[in-house]
Ligand binder design. Structure first.
Ligand code: 0O2
Length: 226
């Protein structure tokens, strides 16, 4: 039988709330409590996406969502971002200044699926779209492409309803393939041929985008055939 004293409350379940071994915030208990809100927002948002996916599959026998990945930002990464903004590392600053503590990544096969999913989410009454960054229409100079939405949703707890923000990144599988390698490159220090690698990465980003567009057009042609 389990001893009650050994049973960790849900709010400090390390399987849920990420930790990188050090206490970054003075008020650890409050940090844990707030992180649980973001965790719950991810659960709700993920369910919304899964409902869309099931519904579209049932109606049109086509599923625009291939995968959904979720993550809670690590404390060290939260601290780095707050410091980059010249802010003190506090739970209040984290809540008021960061919108990407709770993150969801939606991977689609085709570019038009990205916009369809984004439109369907934005239409939902309880989804308040705060900002949109369309790095597909306006890619970053390094070639990064993805559709980013910051949304706020109400999360229903036992004693209160709280609005919680999440960042949703929607991209094609091919864009994600590129972004993963680019992300690895960003964390490498002192790479000898960094400029050359970045030039080649940019080249690959453009090839990937052309292929994404071509695949979308081919799919339209194939599906037009009776
Ligand atoms: P991580 O480790 O993925 O969480 P803001 O959040 O509004 O203060 P920011 O950070 O410029 O400003 O927002 P933006 O542009 O929407 O980018 C947020 C996230 O998009 C990043 O999170 C990355 O996940 C991803 N991203 C943006 N630009 C690039 C890029 O050039 N390459 C790759 N691979 N990913 C990118 P974090 O917090 O930087 O990192």
């Amino acid at each position: 039988m389990r001893n009650n004293e050994l049973r960790a409350p849900a709010a400090i379940d390390t399987d849920i709330i990420p930790s990188d071994g050090e206490h970054v915030f003075d008020d650890e208990a409050r940090y844990q409590e707030v992180m649980l809100r973001y965790h719950c927002a991810i659960l709700e948002m993920r369910t919304k996406l899964e409902v869309l996916s099931r519904d579209l599959e049932a109606r049109y026998r086509r599923n625009p969502i291939e995968f959904i990945e979720t993550r809670l930002k690590k404390p060290s990464s939260i601290a780095r971002k707050l410091q980059r903004f010249g802010l003190e590392v506090t739970v209040d600053n984290m809540i008021s200044r960061l919108s990407d503590i709770a993150g969801l990544r939606v991977l689609c096969a085709y570019i038009d699926d990205i916009y369809e999913i984004a439109r369907m989410l934005a239409r939902q009454q309880d989804v308040n779209v705060i900002t949109v960054k369309d790095y597909i229409k306006s890619p970053k100079s390094n070639g990064y492409r993805s559709y980013h939405m910051i949304v706020e949703i109400p999360v229903y707890f036992s004693d209160q309803v709280l609005p919680v923000r999440c960042e949703i990144q929607i991209r094609t599988i091919a864009m994600d393939f590129w972004a993963t390698l680019d992300h690895d490159m960003q964390y490498k220090k002192q790479v000898e041929d960094a400029e050359e690698i970045m030039r080649e990465l940019k080249e690959c980003a453009d090839i990937i985008h052309n292929t994404d567009e071509k695949m979308m057009r081919l799919r339209e042609r194939i599906h037009r055939i009776e």
